[in-house]
Design a protein around this ligand. Structure first.
Ligand code: GAP
Length: 482
């Protein structure tokens, strides 16, 4: 079992072992922005590569692109982000803190439920669900807060501003002089880079519907409620795939991708009981979606979305057709018909995924009266896959260990370590999630063997030098979460 009841232990380990640091820490940090250290960058890259391999190499009708972060400002008008990518926010005038109005109400409902006031909770839930139908969305949310005297969670004050819509996109300027026309946005999702390249890809690659385009890259959102470590950030990385299908086949394709994506999360070693799917009710769908479901993980902060699967219909391509004046139709030669394809989207946040992988791998165990912290990562994701230690600093042992390091590093990520006791070296690499540690000792010099110590059960085996790579390879392929 994981022993995580909060994110604190992950935050501390991530910092202490060089996985994740707060951005600009020496200046006091920058809120909701994080940097990846030497172990973090390897872990994140391994996860990204696993996703890329799954989506592109294992699907011969999915190709990749890498679109720019800056896009023509019209893209964001067409996509609905300029008009609609807003959160309703309310400020506590006393503490000057800003809150998502709907979340404030949801928290209040949860508290009522906990206090046994289910009837009142139900009544307010209904009002929340029908917000926007009485006056405007902002006014309806404001009325609920005021009429129920919902207080500020931090200051306890009841001194609110109006509810205002707050756009989540970052805007910046092109060129030396700034005018409104030069304004460009940092993309809030990578998906639009795929939609605007859909024609280019069709015209240049030998794809036909159904086909997909995959992309990984940075996205930016001026999140207001930006806490919870790398779960909700202002700069983050997305891995998205848009799958273009014939209208009418969209529902089956949506179900298929939902199933495939859930299976992939299990394949990277996440324990089954910590994953679930949660369809969005129709009245909670995003403006572009016909159907949507979250793949959720049981984080220490509760069940939360790690990935979204959306049936976006022909919304985006139609919008881009209208705003750009360029035809977005697909011509089905076999059946001699034209249509705008529907799009099934799979969208996962790489940072949220990395956090999930760390949380699921984290264990505290008692070994001989001491606490062992170990990351039981899937060996294929581990930032350091193999540790190589000479038992002590003696040239005869160092020479064999160094030679083995040179051989293995062509295939695995390897770390050579000769400092401290063997026990300390094991512990260091347990915290880095290293699945195999190899010790070269004097007995082995006589019979060309080494000891391989396995991270998960700490078992050790004596292996001939020329079989080391085989044992590691087999261990990697047969690994199961435990
Ligand atoms: N193109 C669809 C789209 O962007 P989304 O549900 O807004 O959908 C998809 O985002 C995924 O991106 C989420 O499931 C989450 O993993 C990640 N994500 C979204 N906002 C994030 C943030 N502020 N910080 C970290 N990850 C985020």
């Amino acid at each position: 079992m994981s022993n995580l009841d909060s994110l604190d232990k992950i935050v501390s380990l991530a910092k202490a072992r060089g996985f994740i640091f707060q951005s600009s820490e020496i200046y006091g940090g920058l809120s909701a922005v994080y940097d990846y250290g030497p172990l973090g960058v390897e872990l994140k890259r391994n996860i990204r590569n696993a996703w890329w391999k799954e989506m592109t190499r294992r699907h011969d009708n999915v190709v990749g692109i890498d679109a720019a972060i800056f896009m023509h400002p019209k893209v964001w008008e067409a996509s609905g982000h300029v008009g609609g990518f807003n959160d309703p926010m309310i400020d506590d005038k006393q503490s000057k803190k800003r809150y998502r109005a709907d979340m404030l109400i949801e928290q209040y409902i949860m508290k009522l439920d906990k206090d046994g006031k289910e009837d009142k909770a139900k009544e307010i839930q209904e009002l929340l669900d029908t917000s926007g139908t009485r006056k405007s969305l902002t006014e309806d949310l404001y009325d609920i807060i005021i009429e129920n005297e919902i207080r500020s969670p931090d200051s306890g004050a009841f001194d609110w501003t109006e509810v205002r819509q707050f756009n989540l996109m970052f805007k910046t300027q092109f060129g030396a002089t700034s005018s409104e026309e030069d304004g460009v946005y940092l993309r809030p999702e990578t998906a639009q880079g795929i939609f605007v390249n859909y024609k280019n890809v069709m015209d240049t690659s030998r794809v036909s519907v159904p086909f997909g385009i995959a992309q990984t890259g940075k996205a930016f959102r001026n999140e207001v409620v930006a806490r919870q470590f790398v779960f909700r950030m202002r700069e983050f990385e997305q891995m998205e795939m848009q799958y273009f299908v014939e209208p009418g086949t969209d529902e089956a394709s949506y179900e298929e991708w939902l199933e495939k994506r859930l299976a992939w999360h299990k394949s990277i070693g996440i324990r089954e009981e910590h994953l679930r799917t949660a369809p969005h009710p129709d009245d909670k769908l995003a403006h572009y979606a016909r159907a949507a479901a979250d793949i959720q993980y049981k984080y220490p902060i509760g069940w939360q979305e790690v990935e979204g699967i959306h049936n976006r219909s022909d919304f985006d391509l139609k919008q881009h057709q209208e705003y750009s004046g360029k035809k977005m139709e697909y011509f089905d030669q076999k059946n001699q018909k034209r249509y705008i394809p529907y799009v099934i989207e799979t969208s996962v946040g790489l940072d949220r995924l990395t956090l999930m992988v760390l949380c699921d791998a984290y264990r505290e165990e008692e070994v001989d009266g001491d606490k062992r912290v170990v990351l039981k990562l899937h060996p294929k994701l581990a930032p350091v896959q193999v540790g190589i230690f000479p038992l002590i600093k003696k040239p005869a042992l160092q020479e064999v260990a160094k030679k083995l390091e040179m051989e293995l590093r062509e295939e695995f990520s390897v770390q050579y370590d000769e400092s401290g006791s063997i026990g300390k070296r094991y512990r260091r690499l347990d915290e880095a999630g290293t699945p195999f540690c190899i010790t070269v000792d004097f007995d082995g010099l006589d019979d060309d063997t080494v000891t391989i110590r396995h991270r998960d059960d700490m078992s050790q085996e004596r292996v001939p030098l020329d079989k080391v790579a085989d044992v590691i390879r087999t261990g990697m392929n047969n690994w199961k979460p435990n």
